[in-house]
Write a protein that binds this ligand. Sequence first.
Ligand SMILES: Cc1ncc(COP(=O)(O)O)c(C=O)c1O
Length: 398
Amino acid sequence: MLSNSLPSAAVQREPVPMLDLTRQYESIRDEVQAALERVLTTQHFIGGAELESFERESAEYLEVRASVGCASGTDALWLALLAAGAGPDTSVVTTPFSFFATVSSIVRCGATPVLADIDPATLNLDPHGAAAALKRARSHKVRAVMPVHLYGQCANMDEFDWLAQEHKVAIVEDAAQAFGAKWRDRKAGALGTAAGFSFYPTKNLSAYGDAGCVTTSDEELAAHVRRLRNHGSRQRYYHEEIGWNSRLDAIQAGVLRVKLKHIDDWNQQRRMLACRYHGLLVNAGLVQAGAQSVESRAPIALLSSLPEAYHIYHQYVVRAWRRDELRSFLAGQGIGTEVYYPVPLHLQECFAYLGYRAGDLPESERAAKEALALPMFPELREDEQQRVAAAIAEFYSR
Ligand SMILES: Cc1ncc(COP(=O)(O)O)c(C=O)c1O
């Protein structure tokens, strides 16, 4: 079944990390240090020119009217949802196959999450499932739909645009994993009413600590988020509404400004690496074309990349037969992998009060058992990818 064209993993046993940020730092060290020095020289750490420059430059890059820096991606989603009208007695439709903050941000607004299943081809929220959930939840006053651009691929935004118009709801993108991704010719972050980005250190555009931003082309919504992130205040010590402290600090803004200049190259490199993984896995005889299921004869299934999507491969994820055993085998070979996400959010203990049961959202549950992320970062080398593919082939040939 399996080709012998790959170098044997038994021969090469160099570790392959899931992510190695030191390689990126080596390539931008001087620029980052100059940016840090600039901020340290001014001793202006909160607000000010560095933050304003990042907000202007990121808005220009994403082609939106406003980018509002926040303390994290989690806060960005929460503030974007609040500003879009989510609150008590409202609900928000989203996917259970995402990071916890996708759903917790809804709960934090006082709203009710309504969960719909995913498209098994991409693992993104299925617009048809979302439409059905919208109809079911009509009485709960759905205020927004929150598609997640999972792994760096935009959800089907043609369908979500249509849903927004049909049902008069806001679209709040969870764009945490998708800086620079596109749907047709528009970038993630510019595709709905508002969006939340995360700049957590492992993200494709990442800070040196927690950071995030809200993007929107609705000036009023942007002004609202600016107030909410700063104690509900436009003018110091005058509070029009209750807000919080969720600001992006100047040091993080300085780092992000440096990395913004490189993001297109890095994303392009990720796409090239994804293409190479694809070739390696197919050539090793591990994949059956078009399959969405995994079994002993075709143990790896590749996710689909939609033609309208410019996928930036924040993560390179496949479905894998006997996923957990494969993962342990790879770990034994020094190869890092991750599972995004092992428990779908509707089955998390803390969301039991929402009333979902095992079997309710079967595609999300299947993905949670099969999805495996392979090492992916722009500086990953060809020999490392070959080693990953060879080790996977070795596991399935035993
Ligand atoms: C899909 C998704 N949503 C939200 C978040 C939350 O972002 P943060 O960790 O910056 O709070 C993350 C990242 O962790 C994410 O991957």
